[in-house]
Each structure stands twice: as C-alpha cells, then as structure tokens.
Design a protein around this ligand. Structure first.
Ligand SMILES: [Zn+2]
Length: 652
C-alpha cells in the first residue's frame, strides 16, 4: 500500500537481460536491479571521456528538480518527522473500530492513509536528496530515519486488516450500503474495491496462530534467494577473457554484455564459453538453490490452499492462469517472425552460421546525432502529440516545472527513474547524455510521471499506487509513440535503421525472451508440483528444449546455453516476468489504437492514466481498450515487429 519501493526505472532493451527486461518497482530495485543488470544503469550514463563530470553546484538550477516543492528545507523535513513520530500513539487508538461502526472504520482508514502518506513523503524527499549526491551522509541518515518510521507505521497499523476480516464481509457490506445513503460516511464507499480485494483473498488467510508461524518462517523461507544473491554477487568469479587487443580483461555478469556486443567474434565466443563453463562448475549448488526456491512456492501454495504456485502468484493481481497459458501460446504462434529477424541478423553480420553469442552484437551502427536537452524536450512534445491536447498541455508544464533532474553530476545516482509522493508532483531522475536513446528515456519516464500525476489528482491515496502489471504500459506507450515519430523524422537511413533495430530488440527482449522465461517457470514449477526432483540435468533439459524451440531453426544452439537458468535472478521472483510481455503487448496495442482511432482511444487511455490502482489491473486495461485475455494484444505487437522488420530488411 505504501509505494516506497515503486521507483519506475527504465527498462533496457539492447542489453543482455540476465536480470530480466525492466526492473520496475519491486523491492529496492533501483540499486538492486541496476547492480544485477549492470549494463542497464551503467550503459545509460557513461560520461563523455573528454568531459569532466560536473559538481552538483555547477549545474544550473533550471536543470535540477525542485524537491523544495515537497519540503521547503531540511528543517521543515525534521519538524514534520518529529510531529509524525509524536502522533504514533494515535494509530493504536482505532483498535476495535472495524467491528464498531461505519464511522469508526472510516476514521481508522483515513488515519492509516494519512500516516502512510506522510511517512512516504518523508522517505521520498530523503531518498531523492540522497540520489543527488550519494556521498552526502546527511541524507543517508535521513533515509534511514524515514525507513524506520515506515517500519513502525506498518507495525502500528498491522491490526487493521485482520480486524476488518474478522468483522466479516456481511458487516462491511452493510456499512457500505449505509454509507451510500449517508453524507457522514459517504467516503467509506471509495474503499469498496479495497475491501473486495481483501475479502476475495480471505479464504487463503490462515488462523492467527498459523499466520504467526508463517511470518516467523519468512526468513528461513527466503534463504534460497539470499544464498543465490550472495553467491552470484559476491563469491562467483570468472576467469579473465582476452579482449580485442589480446589483453586479459575482467569478466563479470555486469561486463558480459559488452563482450557479447563486441564486433570481434572471437571475443564474443570466449566470453560466452568462459561464462557458462564457470556456471557449469557450480551447477549442483545452483540447481539446489533454485529447487529450494521452487519448493518454497509449492509449500506456501499448499498451506494457503491454492491449487498451484502459479495460481497463488497470479491471484495477487486477480489474473487467471489461463491468461498466462495463452500468452505462451500466442508467442509460440509467432516464432516464425523471430526466425526471420535472426536470418536478417545472420545476413547483416555476414555469417554462414549464427551462434548463441552472435545475438547481441549490433547489426546497425549507433546513431551518432547529438541532441541538446532543449531539443529533446521539443522532440518529446512533438512525438507525444497523438495523446491529445490535454496531455500535451500538462506535459508542457511537467517539462518546465522542476520535475526533472536532467544532468549527471559527481556522486549522483546513475540510470533513470520516475518517482514522487502522493502530495507532490512526480519527479524524474535522468543522466541525460544527448544521445537519441536519452530522448527515448525521457519519453519513457515522463510516461510514468504523467500516469502518477493523473492518478494522484483523481484517486484517493489508497488507490494512488498502480500495480506493476499496468505500470510499464504508460511508459511503453510513450516510448512506442516516440519511436514511431523518430523513425518518421530520421535524418538519414543509418539513423532510421538504428531506430528500427532498437524497436525490434525491445520486442525481442521483452516479449519473446520474457515469455520464454515464463514458460520455463511454468514447466519447472509443474514438475516440482508433481514430485519430480529439480536436478541440474532436469533444469538444463527444460531450458535447452526451450532454446531449441526459439532458436534452433536459425541458430546453432550451443549446449552451454542450457545453463542460462542459473544466471537469471528473476526466477527467484516467481511468475513475475510474464508481466513484461503482457505490458509491452498492451502498450503497443494501445499505441496502434491511438494512432488509428484518435480521440476516442485517447479518451479511454486518459481515463486509464487517471485510474491508478482503483480496480483490478485486467479491468483497468480492458476499459482502456485492451483485452489481455484475448490473443489480440500479442498479435498487435507482432504486427509492429513484422512492420519494423520489413523496413529494416530493406535498409540492411
Ligand atoms: Zn519503466
């Protein structure tokens, strides 16, 4: 309910996505996922070699975000913190409220919202100040203080949900009916979806003592994930690899993609062999770890009385398992397009045989146009005109009202994200480097920000956080409109080819690849459910078969790739990555509708942007005009893929 973690970070299309495609939201993903993906943040913010990175004090105010719009200064932050801390006992005063009356329950929920919103505001200010200059200890301390306030608030309010559930659905429904007719508690009606979401999951909540035991087991149940993270981030080391000049260079997960992007095939091959041969040394440990994580899901879904792990995980967003199955089916039906793209790649690289390590090296040179930030702003305004006059007007204001921290400075957090609080306008952190990719990043992040802006203005606090399932839709619609615009306005064929290839790589990495991951998860969790042991051989056989299905028609699939499962951290976040695939499909589908229908599609889309978490994700999207239970969105994305492919085939 508190969106303390909900940074919307930039997805990375042209990178090897060992950490998945788009590290959006989720626990502390800005640092975590950027570190895991390495390239995502780093690639986005390499300073010009000849330029010195400026100090923050050297950057003009117009290029800095205005955090003063949240707290005028640090003193007012400290005052608010002291006041809030003093008010904590008030939260405990609502014990028994849910069973008492509609008025008592409303007062309780409003108090909870106010507390959470105030904590979140303190935290966001502290964290964003820290992101300006990570060497500043003061804001590290502020961040820690705000975080402990949040922990306290969550603990102090933890009785509220169990008491609502204990009051029972019949009683809450009676409150709602009564409130619909009473001015005094009319506001309670806005909580109807919140109650519905609680009660629909009630049958999976255990008696108090059992819930307490499960809570105590949380730490040991998370051990597989902890051990995997520790092993891969701290202990796992790779031998050096010879680079283009024959010098020994350090290999790591973070640097791996740079080797795979090399124009020197020998470098690519050596990096690929070295990386997987190293993983192979630890295959038993890594299989035991993934197996333990899968068993944890099986255990939890059993005790919570779900039919399966996949059912439990998808139910959090009320997504039916059939949707997941149909996504896999729909992508399967279009693998011919992936093969066609791979043929183009083979031809462009001039190879007689494509290998797994030939999939990331660019087939089109990077566009070299330098775009000043002011020009990027104009391009984004132009590129997003299709979203209508209201969006355009608000966008123009957003781009000139202290929302955005534009340039890199010494010790600033790398990469890009959109964030903010319910009480303030949204904020965007960029590390703008004047490349065409940076323009797309701006369009992407402003998509998140506008989603938050409209949502915060329309929804009560309780629905101000949107789910991951819908989050990337708003940003990807913008990115997709922007790409279309830039392709149309490309200054020459090289730039056009670069942009087309970028679009293809985005869809390949987000739709094809994440769906392949999703199928791997479905298969191994099913095997575990049926009592089959997840040995290294079992996991590798499943993974190799998937790679054969996706690639063997055009690529000589090296057996080493069978171990890739060992390096995908997202498999420890079960049944999560499929949302990247549904998200990009929904976004491309909506972009098509907006371009084809204009006004009507725009109106529906604007309503979606204003709806936040006010209903279940699938319902919100269907009101926007995209039905994810049908194959139409995936088919739409595939049409876009095919169109870009056909154009690129002409150019390469
Ligand atoms: Zn994003």
């Amino acid at each position: 309910m508190m969106r303390i973690w909900n940074h919307n970070t930039r997805s990375s299309a042209n990178t090897d996505d060992a950490a998945g495609a788009a590290p959006t939201g989720g626990a502390i993903t800005t640092a975590g996922a950027a570190a895991a993906a390495g390239v995502t943040a780093e690639g986005a913010s390499q300073p010009e070699e000849t330029q010195r990175v400026p100090l923050r004090s050297e950057i003009a105010a117009e290029y800095k975000w205005r955090l003063e719009d949240i707290f005028t200064d640090d003193e007012s932050w400290a005052r608010e913190r002291a006041e809030l801390a003093a008010e904590f006992p008030k939260l405990a005063a609502f014990h028994g409220a849910p069973a008492k009356s509609a008025a008592a329950l409303l007062a309780c929920l409003k108090a909870q919202d106010a507390f959470f919103s105030r904590c979140e505001t303190l935290y966001a200010y502290a964290k964003m100040r820290r992101d300006e200059d990570n060497a500043n200890d003061k804001y590290q301390a502020f961040t820690d203080i705000a975080m402990s306030l949040i922990t306290e608030a969550l603990a102090a309010a933890s009785y509220i949900v169990p008491e609502i559930l204990a009051a029972g659905r019949a009683r809450i429904d009676a409150y709602l009916a009564e409130s619909a007719k009473s001015a005094d508690t009319a506001e309670l009606v806005t909580y109807a979806h919140y109650f519905d979401d609680l009660f629909r999951q009630q049958e999976h909540i255990l008696p108090e003592r059992e819930e307490a035991i499960l809570a105590l087991a949380g730490d040991p149940l998370g051990a597989a994930d902890d051990i995997y993270t520790m092993f891969t981030n701290a202990d796992l080391k790779f031998p050096d690899v010879k680079d283009e000049r024959g010098n020994l260079a350090e290999l790591s997960e973070g640097r791996y993609v740079r080797f795979l992007e090399s124009g020197d095939r020998g470098v690519r091959e050596r990096a690929f062999h070295t990386l997987y041969d190293t993983y192979s040394t630890y295959r038993n440990t890594l299989a035991a770890s993934l197996s333990a994580s899968v068993k944890k899901e099986r255990f939890l879904s059993n005790v919570r009385k779900y039919g399966s792990a996949i059912e439990m995980n998808l139910d959090a967003d009320r997504v039916p398992v059939a949707l997941y199955d149909r996504l896999i089916e729909a992508v399967d039906g279009h693998l011919g397009l992936l093969h066609r793209y791979l043929r183009l790649r083979k031809r462009a690289l001039g190879l007689s045989e494509l290998r797994m390590y030939d999939l990331y090296t660019p087939i089109v040179p990077a566009a070299d146009r330098r775009i000043a930030y002011e020009d990027a702003v104009s391009l984004v305004k132009e590129g997003l005109l299709a979203l209508g006059p209201r969006y355009s007007a608000d966008l123009a204001r957003a781009l000139s009202s202290g929302w955005i921290d534009v340039f890199e400075n010494v010790n600033k957090t790398r990469g890009a994200y959109s964030w903010g609080t319910y009480r303030s306008h949204p904020y965007i952190l960029l590390n703008y480097q004047s490349r065409i990719d940076d323009v797309l990043t701006l369009a992407h992040e402003i998509g998140h920000s506008m989603h938050s802006y409209y949502t915060n203005r329309t929804q009560p606090y309780i629905y101000s956080e949107y789910k991951i399932f819908v989050a990337e839709v708003a940003s990807t619609v913008n990115e997709s409109l922007m790409l279309n615009y830039l392709i149309g306005a490309a200054k020459d064929e090289t730039e056009k080819a670069y942009l087309l290839n970028r679009q293809l790589e985005t869809i390949r990495g987000t739709l094809f690849r994440q769906t392949m991951f999703a199928e791997f998860e479905r298969t191994v969790h099913k095997k575990a459910q049926e009592g089959e042991a997840l040995t290294p051989d079992t996991l590798s056989e499943v993974y190799k078969a998937l790679n054969d299905k996706y690639f063997a028609k055009e690529v000589a699939v090296d057996g080493r790739i069978a171990l890739e499962w060992a390096r995908i951290p997202h498999f420890y976040r079960p049944f999560y990555v499929y949302q990247y695939a549904t998200g990009i499909s929904a976004a491309i589908f909506l972009t098509e509708r907006i371009r084809a229908e204009g006004r009507e599609a725009v109106d529906r889309y604007m309503e979606f942007l204003s709806s936040g978490g006010g209903d279940y994700p699938l319902l919100l999207l269907s009101r926007a005009g995209v039905d994810l239970t049908s194959p139409a969105p995936v088919e739409g994305a595939m049409r876009a893929f095919e169109a870009a492919l056909a154009e690129l085939e002409k150019l390469v």
